[in-house]
Design a protein around this ligand. Structure first.
Ligand code: GAR
Length: 203
């Protein structure tokens, strides 16, 4: 399956997917496009270094969220990608994206959803005094950080954790979990039934 990976920043999850695909000739996803909502980010550099086409759809060039979402979806369709992988993409797409790509948009979030949804999951978990955080990979639905859960893994919070140390441990888990989930998705192994996602093993 051809996929588009959407980034806003460092792109370390993008890199994990690039590396997983390079290491395994049977990896079922091919990255057709890396799209960013802003220019000059490391994620775009990583894509260019790997020879993957890139495109910037700047938030500021669009009148509203719907216009931005339509431009993103148009770019993805033009790349012939059938799935979208959000990897640190820090813009909320309008419901239009879910209508155009139902159960075909994956997101990664640095907490055990539904705890600590939103754009500040790691500082929020630290401020709350949580002992356990983690990683969630889910399909995107019409609500933010809400869709059916594909994979989750817990990450303990240490007493002396800072945002940086907790994020580093969370990212180490993300880099293992996301390429596996993308492979399951691209191979057609994910079966969605309402909120429930199961992984169907090949016969
Ligand atoms: C990741 O840790 C991801 O979980 C988080 O942004 C980081 C991006 O890192 N996403 C969110 O907070 C979404 N609300 P990366 O650019 O190095 O892949």
């Amino acid at each position: 399956m051809r996929i588009a990976v959407l980034v806003s920043g460092s792109g370390s999850n993008l890199q994990a997917i690039i590396d997983a695909a390079a290491a395994d000739p049977t990896f079922p996803a091919e990255i057709a496009l890396v799209l960013s909502d802003r220019p000059g980010v490391r994620g775009l550099e990583r894509a260019e270094a790997a020879g993957i086409p890139t495109q910037v759809v700047a938030w500021s060039d669009h009148a509203d969220r719907l216009a931005f979402t339509e431009a993103v979806c148009d770019a993805v369709e033009a790349s012939d990608a059938e799935g979208l992988v959000l990897a640190g993409f820090m813009r909320i797409l309008s419901a239009e994206a879910v209508h155009r790509f139902p159960n075909r948009i994956l997101n990664i979030h640095p907490s055990l959803l539904p705890a600590f949804a939103g754009g500040h999951a790691i500082p929020d978990a630290l401020a709350y005094g949580a002992k356990l955080s983690g990683v969630t990979i889910h399909f995107v639905d019409e609500q933010v950080d809400h869709g059916p859960i594909i994979a989750q893994q817990a990450v303990p919070v240490a007493d002396d954790d800072t945002e940086a140390t907790l994020h580093a441990r969370i990212q180490a888990v993300e880099h293992e979990l996301y390429p596996r989930a993308v492979a399951d998705f691209a191979a057609g192994r994910l079966v969605v039934d309402g909120r429930h996602v199961r992984i169907q093993e090949p016969l």
